[in-house]
Structures are given as structure tokens and as C-alpha cells.
Design a protein around this ligand. Structure first.
Ligand code: HEM
Length: 206
């Protein structure tokens, strides 16, 4: 396994937040509605992890460092894990596992449908994230994994629907997301400058 230190750092950084929030909930430090706070924090955590995952390729192009790509899959899987926890927290603390209320809920909170579409896309990405699927699917794998950008759009729409009038925080995530999407466009992706010269390049030029 390459870059074990970086992988361990990603693991600890991603793991620590849900554990901290659970601890805060246990300590009654999340206010009068801890269930809703947990749903919100996990949803926001998933969106941030998705943005971080999608910034790995541009960062690799900018710096030439392979470490970004080495942790990309792990970050994507953490994003999925946060969404699973987000959905589980919603089912437990907001829906109370009362499935008869699901129809009422979907009418009251239609943004859930957008979130569920994002979840299904992420599920297909997580299931095919292993090397075996990558080898078997070939070029189709790359195409399928572009769904990550659709998840980003769905996640941002889902959040916008919730925050409605107060778009200040949302616009920060949306701007970063828009930049990452623009950087994917082939004419721009090809032009991303290498900020850090490859080892030996400067020596050769000198
Ligand atoms: C079946 C899937 C999903 C369900 C049922 C769901 C449900 C919810 C609910 C109930 C809320 C809280 C609304 C409120 O505060 O009144 C929420 C917030 C949120 N969700 Fe989801 N969601 C889903 C999928 C996703 C996905 C895929 C993402 C992103 C990748 C996401 C990101 C967010 C964000 C960013 C928030 C707002 C957090 C905040 O206001 O701080 N959700 N979601």
C-alpha cells in the first residue's frame, strides 16, 4: 500500500467528526433537537467530503504529486459513509422509522427526493469503486464515475432547497463546486498549469 501515512491521516480526520458529534449528543451538547443537528452535520460533512474528493485530480495536475490520487478513492468512500449515516440519522431521528409517514414526509420535504437520487448515484459509485470493477468495466467505469459531478449538483440543489433564503454559506460550497466543474471541461483541464516542476526538470533546463 502506497502512502500509508496519508491514508491513515485521511482515515483519522474523516472518522473523528461523527465520533465527536455522537459524543456531543451523548453529553447533551447539541441543543434541544440533537437528532436534527446530527442529520444536518452529517449532510454538510458529506458535501464537504465530496468537494474534497473532486479537488484531488486538479490538485494532482497542479502539483504533480501522486498522493492526491492515492487518497481519492478513500475520500469518496468516506463521502458515501457520511451519506449513509446522514440517511440513517434521518430515518431514526426525524422519521422515527415510521414508514407510514414516508408519503407525508416526501410531500412536506420534496428535497428528500433530490437527496435520494444523489444517494443512489453514490451507491453505484461505491459498489464499483474496487479495482476488480475498474478492470472489468474499462472505459465505462470512467464514464460511470463522472456521476460524482451529478451527485455534487444534486447535493447542492438539495441543500439550497433547505436553506432557501439564507444562501450565504451555500454560495461558498456552490462556488467551489462550480470551479471544480469548470476545471473538468476538457479545454481547461488540459491547461491546468503544473505549479511545481517535476523532479529533475529544472536541473535539466539549467
Ligand atoms: C436519501 C438520501 C437523503 C435524505 C433522506 C436526506 C435528508 C436530509 C434532511 C432531512 C436534511 C435536514 C433538513 C433540515 O434541516 O430541515 C438534510 C440536509 C442536508 N443534506 Fe441530505 N438527505 C439525503 C441525501 C443527501 C446527499 C446525497 C447529500 C450530499 C452529498 C446531502 C447533503 C445535505 C446537506 C448539505 C444538508 C444541509 C445541512 C445544513 O443545513 O447544514 N443529503 N438532508
Amino acid at each position: 500500500m502506497r502512502y500509508p501515512l496519508w491514508r491513515t491521516a485521511v482515515f483519522i480526520c474523516a472518522m473523528v467528526w461523527p465520533l465527536l458529534w455522537l459524543y456531543q449528543a451523548w453529553q447533551d451538547a447539541l441543543g434541544p433537537d440533537p437528532g436534527k443537528v446530527l442529520v444536518d452535520r452529517l449532510g454538510l460533512g458529506a458535501l464537504v467530503l465530496l468537494l474534497i474528493t473532486l479537488s484531488m485530480t486538479p490538485l494532482q495536475k497542479l502539483t504533480g504529486w501522486a498522493v492526491w490520487i492515492a487518497v481519492r478513492r478513500q475520500l469518496g468512500l468516506w463521502c458515501f459513509a457520511y451519506v449513509v449515516l446522514h440517511l440513517s440519522a434521518y430515518l431514526a431521528f426525524i422519521l422515527g422509522f415510521d414508514w407510514s409517514q414516508l408519503g407525508v414526509e416526501l410531500r412536506k420535504r420534496p428535497y428528500i427526493i433530490v437527496g435520494a437520487m444523489g444517494f443512489l448515484c453514490l451507491l453505484s459509485l461505491a459498489c464499483t469503486s474496487n479495482r476488480y470493477s475498474q478492470r472489468r468495466m474499462g472505459v465505462l467505469w470512467k464514464k460511470l464515475h463522472r456521476l460524482a459531478y451529478l451527485v455534487l449538483v444534486l447535493g447542492l440543489l438539495h441543500m439550497l432547497w433547505i436553506v432557501r433564503a439564507d444562501v450565504k454559506e451555500w454560495s461558498i460550497y456552490a462556488s467551489i463546486g462550480a470551479l471544480l466543474l469548470v476545471l473538468r471541461l476538457p479545454p481547461l483541464a488540459r491547461r491546468i498549469p503544473r505549479l511545481i516542476a517535476k523532479k529533475g526538470t529544472s536541473a535539466k533546463k539549467a
